[in-house]
Ligand binder design. Sequence first.
Ligand code: PMP
Length: 460
Amino acid sequence: MDTQHFANDPETVVEADRAHIWHHLTQHKPFETTDPRIIVEGKGMRVWDIRGKEHLDAVSGGVWTVNVGYGRERIGQAIAKQVTKMCFFGGNAGTIPGAHFAEMLTEKMPGLDRVYYANSGSEANEKAFKMVRQISHKHYGGKKQKILYRDRDYHGSTIAAMSAGGQDERNAQYGPFAPGFVRVPHCLEYRSQDGSVGEEYAAKAAQAIEDVILAEGADTIGALCLEPITAGGGIIVPPKGYWERVQEICKKYDILLHIDEVVCGLGRTGTWFGYQQFGVQPDIVTMAKGVASGYAAISCCVTTDAVFEMFKDETDKLSYFRDISTFGGCTSGPAAAIENMKIIEEEDLLGNSTAMGAHLMGNLSALMEKHAWVGDIRGMGLFAGAELVTDRDSKDPVGEKEMAAIVADCLAQGVIIGATNRSLPGFNNTLLFAPPLIATKDDLDQVTDAVDQAITRVLG
Ligand code: PMP
């Protein structure tokens, strides 16, 4: 079969895509009359689509993944070298890059020591949930099975990860879900119901978690699973004091703290991990996207030695963690992750994330001064959101159509941004920015200039 035409003829690709691809997160009806978007090349923070149009990518591959930017030859070379020597060995065997990356990674995570490899964020979270359940069976006689999760947080697309999903609009059509997951309230200060702000709001939001624990019974709860900064739920940065209190609550009731770093990990917020911004010490950390910046599929569930030790047993030989992930034995993942981490270090991308994050927030606050539509801006490092409202007093969200029109207007200007689309009362409606950690001031100015023009055109 001649496949060369796929490389040379955009129409062939578009036709094949339209005929056979089921795109993620996409209503396909419009594809009957419009083309699907197909991205063919990337360099730095820029990508080109199949029609040759250049875009500045402010969302790191659409879903906040390509932390080190596109076109990194050394990652490609490291993968090629590794997979031609040893591509895969799964089951209970280890590999050289697997051991190497686990050592590098845990050096960045004081207090955490063990790395369990998987392929996606959802899967890493499933591993964590299974660990918690097994600890319950092994050590608490079946008590402490429940897992707490937070309103607005997201932990993945599988049924158990959705059972811990705080975004009802995503879950609506996929129940019934797994039992034993219990929701705690969100920590979105902007939507404070009683007017409290700052540390007072933080204390109340943390207290709301303790209230759920007391209502359920602490002896029924094994873990609390939270994003350090709620990502897809609207870039929700908890105010000062929240995380300290959350940590205290977990200690007080002997509840494992599982932090989902799938988005915030690997420098997104300006530290290696989001939790490090808040000085907390989790028991379990899951990560995916930025681990290899999308150059390979790899996720990790990292635990303390204390958690790991709970699975050792001399008497019950079958009570080890009876879990496997076939492609956890792929060497392309850790080989890519090693180079990815070296790049972050050598180019000081943590420093750039912090410095450029401040620049981005400055630009967003200028937008907020100019447009009354921008009700709130939130962010940390190169991770930011701008919540759009029709009225700053009522905080009613801007409509879904208008949000989509702003994103489309930016796209037409050659700038890719993201947005949550939830124009329901009480929900946030937020433009999302998570550019590669190599972004410069000029890049970010181009992004916010596009947003400025789009808001003016769409909302006036
Ligand atoms: N956790 C968080 C915080 C996420 O944002 C996501 C994906 N956006 C996931 C988990 C799930 O990751 P994956 O899509 O790789 O399964």
